[in-house]
Every structure is written in structure tokens, then in C-alpha cells.
Design a protein around this ligand. Structure first.
Ligand SMILES: Cc1ncc(COP(=O)(O)OP(=O)(O)O)c(N)n1
Ligand SMILES: Cc1ncsc1CCOP(=O)(O)O
Ligand SMILES: [Mg+2]
Length: 214
């Protein structure tokens, strides 16, 4: 298993259809210090998804930042991405691990304590705690927010790094990291910001500050 810095995951915004805008936001996030990128496309056909994935892979490689692909193991394999993020109803972890090999990153969404406990025995690299707070970005297949109390419960049972997603921004990052999450995953906080580079820097600073206090 490889060492990965999960502190600040930028999850790309599939609402941004213009490629130039999409890539300029990704570049700004990388300049701002995001530590891992997840390409998440829920609307694109396979050919367009692959084209975006190739562009993301080139840009992330320039910055030495790992790229993982949401849902689509075939796209991850095709572009030699660093791994995948899987939901509870996506390809089972065992099959994904067989296809990806031991060195690739596999993240799994968990939305309750039982799923987090079940994930302990799985060959995964991190769990995505989903959602931590309410969000307008994902509207389908979303469980009620776990909030900080849910994070505390899951931290107690889980032996995996935790990455919290859903409504995460500068106002709630400190309490998430203080309560045992290794990192945060954000869409809107960066992609909707007027200045995605500075927003990424600001989020990273908050995470690093809490880290030094722990
Ligand atoms: C880090 C992280 N955690 C959770 C999710 C949600 O994944 P999933 O439940 O499969 O939902 P979709 O993102 O596929 O709509 C995530 N993407 N990233
Ligand atoms: C993909 C995903 N999975 C759980 S919440 C969410 C959306 C996160 O978006 P935002 O950071 O804008 O709340
Ligand atoms: Mg999914």
C-alpha cells in the first residue's frame, strides 16, 4: 500500500462543461496545493470522460499530484490513473482490487457506522465519509448528513484514513480535522470560488494548522 496525502482532495465539478474553464480551475487548485484530485463526471459519455481524464492526468502529473477516478475503473485503467473512488453500489472492492493491482488507491464511500466497520476488513486505502454536512451539489442517492457526532462514531470504529465530503468549506474544516479525519474532499468550495488557487491555499493552511496542534 502506498503512502498518500489525503489532506485536501479536490473533486472536480461536473457542472462545468467548458473544457478550458474546467482545466483552468483544476490548474488553480493544483497551484493552491490540493494533495489529491478526484475526477467526477456523472453526465459525460465514455469518450468525453476519457478525453477529460487524459487532460487531468497530464496536468496532475505536472504537479506530482495523484489522480483518482470516480466510479469508472475502466477509465482509471485506460489513463493509468492512481486509483478509483467507489460507492457502495459501484464495482465491489474485491473485483476492483484484482483489476487495479496492489499499488493503486481505492477509496470507498461510507454513510454509517456499520459500513465503516465492514470496510475495516476490505483492501481499500481510505473511506469517504458521505455526507458530513448537507450539500446541494449531490442530490441523488445521498444519506442524511453524519455531522461531527457521526464522524466521531466512525472514527472510533474505523482503522482506515477518513476523508469527509459534503458541504465542506473554510468554516467547518477545523472541526472535521480536529475530530480525526485525515482530510476533506470539496467540490464547490474550490470550483465555485472566485479565486480557486487562494481558496485551496486557505483550506490547506487550515488543515496544516490543525495538524500541527494535534
Ligand atoms: C471522497 C469521496 N467520498 C464519497 C464520495 C461519494 O461517492 P458515491 O457515493 O459513489 O457517489 P458519487 O460521487 O459517485 O455520486 C466521493 N465521490 N468522494
Ligand atoms: C460527491 C459527493 N458525495 C457526497 S457529498 C458530495 C458532493 C460534495 O460537493 P460539495 O463539496 O460542493 O458539497
Ligand atoms: Mg459513485
Amino acid at each position: 500500500m502506498r503512502m498518500v496525502d489525503y489532506a485536501l482532495m479536490f473533486v472536480t465539478d461536473d457542472r462545468i462543461t467548458d473544457d478550458a474553464t474546467f482545466l483552468s480551475i483544476l490548474e488553480a487548485a493544483l497551484k493552491g496545493g490540493v494533495t489529491i484530485v478526484q475526477l467526477r463526471e456523472k453526465q459525460l459519455d465514455t469518450a468525453a470522460f476519457l478525453t477529460r481524464a487524459k487532460a487531468c492526468k497530464s496536468l496532475c502529473s505536472l504537479f506530482g499530484v495523484p489522480l483518482i477516478i470516480n466510479d469508472r475503473l475502466d477509465i482509471a485503467l485506460a489513463v493509468e490513473a492512481d486509483g478509483v473512488h467507489l460507492g457502495q453500489k459501484d464495482m465491489p472492492v474485491m473485483e476492483a482490487r484484482k483489476l487495479l493491482g496492489a499499488e493503486k488507491i481505492i477509496g470507498l464511500s461510507v454513510s454509517n457506522v456499520q459500513q465503516a466497520a465492514d470496510a475495516n476488513a476490505m483492501n481499500i486505502d481510505y473511506i469517504g465519509l458521505s455526507p458530513i454536512f448537507s450539500t446541494n451539489t449531490k442530490t441523488r442517492d445521498l444519506e442524511p448528513p453524519l455531522r461531527i457526532d457521526g464522524l466521531k462514531e466512525i472514527r472510533k470504529v474505523s482503522n482506515k484514513p477518513i476523508v469527509c465530503i459534503g458541504g465542506v468549506d473554510k468554516t467547518n474544516t477545523t472541526e472535521i480535522i480536529r475530530n480525526g479525519s485525515q482530510g476533506i474532499a470539496v467540490i464547490s468550495a474550490i470550483s465555485k470560488s472566485r479565486d480557486p488557487e487562494n481558496e485551496s491555499k486557505a483550506l490547506k493552511n487550515i488543515i496544516c494548522q490543525v495538524g500541527t496542534q494535534r
